[in-house]
Design a protein around this ligand. Structure first.
Ligand code: GAL
Length: 667
């Protein structure tokens, strides 16, 4: 990834949001820039959905309004992240190119009147996106307001899979390049099963609706292909801009919200990583989902600072129940992202829309206007971020990595799994939550990464595990690392093919155990495990008949079909240790497990007040402790230094209920 400067024209943490001036008359624009200045806004994203108003017919461009608003923003000291509007092609595009419309698995061609891109494989769409990206770059490469390019919007949603003829042809081309021959494809997909053998390339198509479950390797490859096609669309636009303009280029990810794109690969293609994050209101600890998203974003960015491209000031409008953020919550959310590496805090959107599908979505400037709690909190946050300039560029470091592998998730989500209770999301959240509550900062990683700098690596759901990645994990343990692997890991290879040595066999050496048979539990069945110290904790969903190959037993199933069998094991391998957990532990079980694991790995959990989230960003000698109080009690952070938000200097920093401190720690 090129190491382009993040925001060449900004000397502060970026603050602002999506700005859609085309929805408003000119007099509102003048009020907008005045209020942006009042709020401390210094960066807005413009033009993300404006294709129909910029290219009014094929090849016919009208830049008048965009020229005018960019000039006005620049005159007011507000920089622009300029969007390419390719997430929402105009009506004329679909009228001229009906074949570019997305076809669903059941053959339905999707219509116009919403938003969502055309088929990522459509030649007409590819041509049109390059045309508009090039036209924008040509026009605005030298515009002093433009400091960043925002290609497209959230690749992968609302549609990505396309079953049109054009997509099928492109899929065949992609498969030919991947496999070289039909024999290799037949072998990889295991088409001997159910008589699916292919004798001609033209018989291979997308996995559209079929009478029964479709070949899982076929589906997995289609997922890879779709991700590849989306990325090719991004690269085409990026290169059209790069050929004409020098500003850095990004596209907004949806870490921990959308699993369809492989963000590790995407991060390689952007100049700077950016992410959108919305709280899930039904989550009883949404700050933990936020922390996962932020840590994942930082991890795919290779630890570099990143842009929080969108979040909300209060409620969204697309969940079953859209809860308003409570006083202080927006600032806690924003600063939690900064704590985990963001150098920019942006929202969807600047001014609430009066019309259209998102008119009930919160904004920096709500329908209620400036005499509102949201506006007062927006201006206060602008001031707070202004006090944090010096934090920019500092990094978060972690001793623990949690494995996060999109391909493995895609494979696990295929049909006909041993029980519908298996969920990689649920297990990752459970392990991450334990680490979060213990104040242990986490990176995410792929199993093939160099993991040697981590004391502990946790694999909550590594269903698909290539043999070479398993060897990497084994070397990591032999070299002194501590590895924790949860059930339903190490099951299949590249093409959803069961490992020849059986379940978990690629990790047998590291873990000293493999799996003879799964023992999934009936719906609602409750079991328990008995630990080596005599204590018991609840478990459910899953048990296994393990085959010990050197591991010691740390806990056994106290009930259920696996009663008496080993449930948790530990194996000394080389200079490290491999732990295996064959059942779903609850929070008490995870606490019992991780206590032992921390001892093994030499990790000391932080002892902060309950509900206090503490994360550090450092740069050489400088260290900033972000302390976010999610509890309803006043708490304190004990560390010598100065709170950049309040100016408070001392060894002890009181943090009121719901408040935040950012302490520059005295070296
Ligand atoms: C995002 C999207 C924005 C807006 C927002 C509403 O996913 O990028 O355009 O729709 O959701 O929460």
């Amino acid at each position: 990834m090129p190491n382009a400067p993040l925001w060449p024209a900004l000397d502060a943490i970026a603050y602002g949001g999506d700005y859609n001036p085309e929805q408003w008359p000119r007099e509102t624009w003048r009020e907008d820039v005045r209020l942006m200045r009042e709020a401390g806004v210094n960066l807005v994203s413009v033009g993300i959905f404006s294709w129909a108003l910029i290219e009014t017919d094929e090849g016919v461009f009208d830049f008048t309004w965009l020229d005018e608003i960019l000039d006005l923003l620049h005159a007011n000291g507000i920089a622009v992240d300029l969007g390419t509007p390719t997430a929402s092609p105009p009506a004329w595009f679909f009228a001229r190119h009906p074949e570019a419309r997305v076809t669903t698995a059941d053959g339905t061609r999707l219509g116009f009147g919403s938003r969502g891109m055309a088929s990522p494989s459509s030649a007409a769409y590819r041509e049109a996106i390059v045309r508009i990206a090039a036209a924008l770059a040509r026009r605005y490469a030298e515009h002093p307001a433009v400091v960043l390019w925002h290609v497209h919007n959230e690749y992968g949603v609302p549609v990505a899979d396309d079953h049109s003829d054009e997509s099928a042809a492109a899929f065949r081309g992609w498969l030919r390049a991947r496999y070289g021959s039909l024999d290799a494809l037949n072998a990889a997909w295991g088409t001997a099963f159910w008589g699916q053998h292919y004798g001609a390339w033209e018989h291979v198509s997308t996995p559209a609706a079929a009478p029964s479950t479709i070949n899982p390797a076929h589906k997995l490859d289609f997922q890879r292909f779709t991700d590849h096609q989306l990325r090719a669309c991004f690269v085409a636009e990026r290169d059209a801009i790069r050929a004409r303009a020098a500003q850095p280029i990004t596209t907004n990810f949806m870490a921990n919200q959308h699993w369809g794109t492989d963000l590790w690969a995407w991060a390689e293609e952007v100049d700077v990583v950016s992410d959108d994050h919305y709280l899930w209101a039904a989550d009883d600890a949404p700050e933990i989902g936020l922390a996962i998203a932020a840590d994942l974003t930082r991890s795919v960015a290779g630890g570099r600072p990143w842009i929080l491209m969108e979040h909300s000031t209060s409620a969204v409008n697309w969940q079953p129940r859209n809860l308003a953020k409570r006083p202080g919550e927006m600032a806690r959310n924003s600063l939690a992202h900064v704590a985990r590496g963001a150098d920019a805090v942006l929202f969807f959107q600047w001014r609430a829309s009066r019309r259209g599908a998102e008119k009930f979505h919160s904004a920096m400037l709500p329908h209620a206007g400036t005499d509102s709690r949201v506006w007062r909190e927006v201006t206060a946050l602008g001031r707070d971020l202004g006090a944090l300039d010096e934090v920019r560029g500092s990094r978060v470091t972690a001793d623990v990595a949690v494995l996060w592998d999109f391909e493995s998730f895609w494979a696990q989500d295929l049909e006909w799994r041993p029980t519908e209770d298996l969920s990689h999301r649920e297990r990752i959240r459970a392990y991450y939550e334990r680490l979060w509550r213990d104040g242990v900062t986490v990176d995410f990683a792929l199993p093939g990464h160099d993991l040697s700098r981590y004391r502990l690596v946790v694999a909550p759901a590594q269903y698909l595990l290539r043999a070479d990645d398993a060897a990497n994990l084994t070397r990591y343990v032999a070299g002194g690392g501590t590895l924790v692997v949860s059930y339903f890991s190490g099951i299949v290879g590249e093409n959803d093919d069961v490992h020849p040595g059986g379940y978990l066999s690629p990790l047998r050496e590291a873990l000293g155990v493999d799996v003879e048979e799964w023992l999934p539990l009936a719906e609602g069945a409750r079991t328990a495990i008995a630990w080596d110290d005599g204590s018991e904790t609840p478990s459910d969903h899953w048990q296994e008949q393990l085959r010990l190959a050197g591991a010691e037993v740390v806990a056994r199933n106290a009930s259920g079909p696996g009663e008496g069998l080993p449930a948790v094991t530990r194996h000394a391998h080389g200079d490290g240790a491999g732990w295996y957990v064959s059942t779903r532990l609850d929070t008490a079980g995870l606490a019992a497990l991780m206590r032992r694991v921390y001892d093994d790995a030499g990790i000391t959990p932080a002892r902060h007040d309950e509900g206090l989230e503490v994360v550090r960003r450092t740069d050489g000698d400088r260290s900033y402790a972000f302390a976010i109080n999610h509890s309803a009690r006043d708490v304190a952070l004990e560390t010598p230094g100065t709170d950049l938000l309040t100016g408070h200097d001392g060894d002890r920093h009181p943090i009121p209920a719901g408040g935040v401190a950012v302490v520059r720690e005295t070296p």
